[in-house]
Design a protein around this ligand. Sequence first.
Ligand SMILES: [Zn+2]
Length: 293
Amino acid sequence: LIVTLPLSDTVVTYPAGAISSESTVLHVEQLADGRSAVLLDTTAAHPVDTAWPDQPADRATLHSESASQPIVDVVTGGIHEGVLHLGTDLPVRNGTEGWTFVVAHLIAGEAPEPGSAVRVDVDAAYRAALSAGHTGCHLASLALDEALADRWTKPAPADALGNPAFDALAIESSRILDDGSVDVYRLGKSLRRKGFPADGFADPASIAERVNRRLAEWIAAGGAVRIRADDLRLSARRSWECELPGAHVSIPCGGTHLTDLADLVGASVSFEVTDVAGATEVRMTTVVQRRHS
Ligand SMILES: [Zn+2]
């Protein structure tokens, strides 16, 4: 048995907004649990990233000449020295030198033949809700950095708008939901050393009010959003580019997004602050409302 794995990255079309793709099956890997990982030359399906799993996998269907079946998960794979490492077994981040990165479509049914033509159809409604949630998440993090800017006691690295990068420096995890997101921040000793005071989050209600006021302004103004990519490979560098009043912002991002802030009618955040061992944990929940949903 000769197993041939792809020698180049999967071409991905979801960053440009595609929800359907026609492709050729390059490889099928049988997994220990009975499922199969199907590798294609190109795909519209967004895989969950292993190192930074913020946006969940798309829901999608795989159509071959003989069958249509649900794709039960879409994960990131990495190929190194002839071995395919999938999802949480992938030991390196997407983009690591010397590796080939692929989108693995996991299916439970009979796998299509390598070399055959297939089509991937993404659940458009779920994708749209995740894209709205992801755009809202970026806006909320920028508005949060701005709302906290006057609390820093030392110069700190700046975010895309030039404010001290609280979000980047304190983030523990970020999860994109349909029409929302949950970001968890840890305020501990290392953040204090960087200049964010221990009582910096003492009044979450007024911080939320400032964030929500700014979100309302940005959404009312509207502004084009797009993903800029070096090229179409899965491991290519991509960024979220957004026009805000008086500023163009660019943030590295592997997910999917709206095409204009005018697609939103509103967004708001709320905070939950908890004391944990040696630190304070802040959970920011963002909820967005779309114009057409
Ligand atoms: Zn992002």
